[in-house]
Design a protein around this ligand. Structure first.
Ligand code: DX5
Ligand code: ZN
Length: 227
């Protein structure tokens, strides 16, 4: 079943506790937290204290997406704050193998994210050390951007490679996802959808989850049969 990870950046931050409660009750699988440093990306969001708060407000695992320079220096802090999956950007690190192994050694899942301008081929050597590959379908930095359809090809390439090499890395997609392109991403091979604006703009989160799962169910059946 497709996994859903709502991106809190698009929630009503003035009512964060209530938003996290409603998110937790909606049937999703993770909570996605976007950490931006104003350096790796042209925007600033939140830090470890926010992760700590969200962790105290939900039983869902936290998927922490680090869009920061020198993420190696902050891995422990985010694991201590409550990250269950910790994702770093391929473009921000010098030694992907070492960084991904350090994340695993800290006891959480390791994630490697690739921005739209990074070809899958550049990162594929490191996939064996990653539990997640996070394919960005917008340029990282802001919620509410338009989904870039060329990411579907990247997802399909990653799916083919991971299946052929029998790796256990899951494929997540992040940016501009909604009820229409979410199923297309699932069809291309995505396992996890990080969804911000489309999820948080909906009036009933549980109903949103129902609709998304319904739209992806047939696609997933076809995918299983094809394997
Ligand atoms: C973009 C972030 C995304 C974003 C998702 O830099 O990594 O997680 O918040 O929000 P939407 O779905 O609105 O693009
Ligand atoms: Zn994100």
């Amino acid at each position: 079943m497709i996994k859903i990870s709502p991106s809190v950046l698009a929630a009503d931050l003035g009512h964060l506790a209530d938003e996290i409660k409603r998110t937790s009750e909606s049937g999703v699988d993770y909570v996605h937290l976007d950490i931006m440093d104003g350096h790796f990306v042209p925007n600033l969001t939140f830090g470890p204290d926010m992760v700590r708060f969200v962790n105290s407000a939900t039983d869902l695992p936290l998927d922490v997406h680090l869009m920061i320079s020198n993420p190696e220096e902050y891995l422990e802090i985010y694991v201590e704050a409550g990250a269950d999956v910790l994702t770093v950007h391929f473009e921000a690190i010098d030694d992907s193998t070492k960084t991904l192994r350090t994340i695993r050694d800290l006891g959480v899942k390791s994630g490697l994210s690739i921005s739209p301008n990074t070809p899958f081929d550049a990162a594929k050597t490191y996939i064996s050390d990653a539990d997640w590959l996070l394919v960005m379908s917008v340029h990282p930095g802001f919620a509410g951007q338009r989904f870039m359809a060329q990411s579907l090809k990247k997802i399909a390439d990653a799916r083919q490679f991971i299946d052929r090499e029998k790796l256990r890395c899951e494929i997540a997609v992040d940016g501009g996802m909604d009820l229409t392109n979410g199923p297309r991403a699932a069809e291309a091979g995505a396992d996890i959808l990080a969804i911000g604006s489309s999820f948080y703009k909906s009036s009933d989160y549980a109903e949103y989850v129902r609709q998304l799962r319904q739209a992806t169910a047939a696609i997933e059946r076809d995918r299983q049969q094809a394997i």
